[in-house]
Design a protein around this ligand. Structure first.
Ligand SMILES: [Zn+2]
Length: 260
């Protein structure tokens, strides 16, 4: 049984009803799903879903693409929602994206920092999105760590970065999550980096509806496809899929559910 540790579960993300998307995953060897809503308007829809579905958890936050508005009230709401819902396990995805929104770098940094502080107050891990912003992301996390703001650590979601990025994140106690990108033919460099990441820091995800793994590449991704990424990760690490399932399951539970 495999955990999809990061997928988007808004109805707009899929052509079929989202509860069917979840059921399909459960019918295909997935035992747990972490849904993500990273725009304030989508938080309640996700909450409603995770309250109705067993073994579906949630992460909410503000993606760096949405750094450029007055989010003061939304951040208050964010904290409130966490206090009222124990199935919300992480603040995310949050971070820096200089690819999608290069014009808002300073605003992104401010929003990122605010949310790191909130996660720390709530004692929740953070789920990091970083794109074309590797050095700043690591510098930022190191700064937060020096300020004792990373007590619950977190995960670099959909990791596609450099070896340096991976090593620095590991030093900070972070987990590294593999998406369908590791199955792409062109991703040998990324597979070589994953080869060196310790087993007890790995997670797998789909990031559905984006980045479908081979052989579904080009189609809309779904949580049911996480198995393909898990199989590839097992192959990279030279272990069986069953062993990798157990390892990523343990890691998820250790980070998000506090299971030793
Ligand atoms: Zn995502």
């Amino acid at each position: 049984m495999t955990i999809d540790s990061h997928c988007h579960l808004g109805q707009d993300d899929y052509e079929i009803p989202v509860h069917q998307v979840i059921q399909e995953a459960f019918d295909n060897g997935v035992n747990c799903i972490m849904g993500v809503a990273c725009e304030a308007k989508d938080w309640l829809e996700l909450l409603d879903l995770i309250q109705k579905q067993e073994n579906v958890y949630g992460a909410i936050g503000l993606h760096p693409e949405y750094a450029n508005y007055d989010y003061t009230m939304d951040l208050i709401k964010l904290s409130d929602l966490f206090k009222k819902n124990s199935n919300l396990l992480a603040v995310g995805e949050i971070g820096l994206d200089y690819h999608e929104a290069p014009q808002t770098i300073e605003a992104q940094k401010k929003l990122f920092y605010e949310q790191i502080k909130i996660a720390n107050q709530l004692e929740k891990p953070i789920m990091i999105h970083t794109r074309d912003a590797e050095e700043d992301t690591i510098r930022f996390l190191q700064k937060a760590n020096n300020e004792h703001l990373l007590s619950k650590k977190g995960v670099i979601h959909c990791f596609t970065g450099s070896e340096t990025m991976a090593q620095e994140a590991l030093k900070l106690g972070f987990y590294i999550s593999a998406s369908g990108v590791i199955t792409f033919k062109s991703a040998q460099n990324l597979r070589d980096i994953f080869k060196k990441i310790p087993l007890d820091r790995l997670m797998v995800e789909t990031d559905a509806p984006w980045l479908a793994p081979t052989p579904y590449r080009g189609q809309k991704n779904r949580p049911a496809y996480v198995q393909k990424t898990l199989e590839k990760l097992a192959e990279i690490k030279g272990i069986t899929s069953q062993e990798m399932e157990k390892i990523t399951d343990d890691n998820f539970k250790r980070l998000y559910l506090g299971v030793k």
